[in-house]
Design a protein around this ligand. Structure first.
Ligand SMILES: [Zn+2]
Length: 483
């Protein structure tokens, strides 16, 4: 049950690859992606959005009251978006009267340069850059911005930095080799975030560190701006863009949804997603509920969908307006690839238990392990459940089973039912006393069977076993490895 097309590392595919257009000529691949998506999605690459939020002072943080004579500096936000070749990622500038802080740095060089242009045009001093999490679409542009504003510190939480050190150099080398003209010539070396409280012209910003979002390891950070009652949610929230689910799983998505609940608990007036279909679209906090529903839908549809394509289609029907559909396609493939691995592990344990039961002639275990409609098919003959149980519950006269190995050779999900089908190689050894005191006879038996497994509650039962073929050897080991 191998899924091709997923990076072994689970890392996100480059844009040229997610389209299925993968050519050695990287620039060519990029161009074809662009022309293809341009037709489907509105182009927002040039969009820059300024958000000014009027918020009453009644909810000012305590610190604001400690210096009542100094009027609170009014912050504004500017967002720089990108097109679908950069997954519609956004970067946000927090601007005070004199200072600026940059939250994420864009992916492609051209977009990062637009960010730098905006900073220059604002006339503010770029105080710091904070990278919300160690994903390349958020940090790749950093080098181009630091080049324009030398000496600007670049921060990441210590935990995110650990991840970054492991993956970023390799990701950068790979991406740079594929699409050299799209990226800066280097990546930055961030420093650990010195404090979760930052300021812009004295106005407090709170980093909410190391929550779980699209990075399953819990290295997504968000920025809470109390004076604007705004959350820069980065990749905890995707706004009309299919989220990146390739680095999360069902368990981490439970924690992801807890992060969403944390946003809601702040009662923000605006929530800025890390990816937006239209950078100028309103940043209503309602996006949090949509995100929560998306994750819930994905994990519940994954359980009923027959495969990646069906899951992709079901999600597309529910979220027809979301863009960057290749992220969903990848998420669907990844979910089933991972599911296959998990199921293989569970069924291997089931088979081990079955082998143990067979050696012990444990009919109570057979009763537990076989579905009520279980059957065996051998040489075109159908054996009903109870007949089979009777047969394998009795030791043959003068003999007994001394080996029963049954490793899974291949595993697929039955597209018509909620069952999994394994091809199993059964290796049996039967010992039989000769009755005259000499060494016992040994019979070696090999069966290749196609077995069905059905999920029952939190476990599994075996639904059928159909023999594909078998061979027996008397007194001589079969020519099969590990025998
Ligand atoms: Zn992202």
């Amino acid at each position: 049950m191998e899924q091709s097309g997923i990076n072994a590392s689970g890392s996100r595919p480059p844009p040229s690859r997610v389209t299925g257009i993968h050519r050695p000529g990287a620039s060519e691949a990029h161009v074809s992606f662009r022309s293809r998506t341009a037709a489907a999605f509105p182009f927002v690459s040039a969009a820059i959005v300024v958000t000014t939020l009027a918020v009453s002072n009644t909810s000012q943080p305590a610190s604001a009251h400690t210096r009542p004579s100094a009027p609170a500096a009014k912050l504004t936000l500017e967002h720089v978006g990108s097109d679908s070749t950069a997954f519609n990622v956004i970067a946000t500038l927090v601007l005070g009267p004199k200072e600026a802080l940059l939250w994420d740095t864009q992916y492609h060089l051209s977009d990062a340069r637009r960010v730098a242009d905006r900073i220059a045009a604002s006339g503010r001093r770029l105080k710091a850059i904070v990278l919300s999490h160690p994903d390349h679409d958020h940090y790749m542009g950093a080098a181009a911005i630091v080049e324009r504003f030398p000496g600007t510190p670049v921060y990441m939480t210590a935990k995110a930095l650990e991840e970054y050190r492991k993956s970023a150099p390799q990701t950068f080398r790979g991406e740079k080799a594929r699409t050299p003209q799209l990226l800066p010539d280097s990546i930055v070396t961030p420093q650990p975030l010195p404090s979760t409280t930052l300021t812009v012209d004295g106005e407090k910003l709170e980093v909410i560190p190391d929550v779980t979002g699209d990075v399953g390891t819990g290295t997504n950070s968000m920025l809470w701006i109390p004076s604007l009652r705004t959350v820069l949610a980065s990749d905890v929230v995707f706004n009309d863009v299919h989220p990146w689910l390739g680095a999360s799983d069902e368990a981490s998505r439970v924690r992801w949804r807890e992060s969403l609940a944390r946003i809601t608990a702040l009662h923000p007036v605006a929530v800025i997603a890390g990816h937006k279909k239209d950078v100028a679209a309103p940043d209503s906090p309602a996006v949090v509920a949509v995100m929560d529903r998306y994750l819930t839908d994905f994990d519940s549809l994954r359980k009923t969908a027959s495969g990646p394509q069906a899951l992709y289609q079901a999600m597309t029907r529910k979220y027809p307006d979301h863009v960057v559909s290749n992220l969903l396609r990848f998420a669907a493939m990844g979910a089933f690839a991972r599911q296959g691995e998990a199921v293989r592990e569970e069924l291997t344990a089931v088979n081990k238990a079955w082998g143990t039961a067979r050696l012990a002639y444990d009919s109570a275990a057979y009763e537990r392990m076989l579905t009520p409609d279980f059957y065996v098919l051998m040489g075109g003959q159908r054996v009903a459940r109870q007949d089979f149980i009777r047969q394998v519950s009795q030791r043959p006269p003068g003999g007994r089973l001394v080996r029963f190995d049954n490793p899974i050779m291949s595993l697929t999900r039955d597209p018509n039912k909620d069952e999994w089908i394994a091809v199993v190689l059964e290796k049996l050894e039967l010992e039989r006393s000769t009755g005259d005191g000499s060494a016992p006879d040994r019979m070696y038996s090999v069966w290749v069977t196609r077995d069905g497994y059905r999920r029952v509650g939190s476990g599994w039962q075996i639904a059928y076993s159909e023999a594909i073929g078998s061979e027996n050897w008397m007194g001589k080991k079969p020519p099969i490895p590990n025998w």
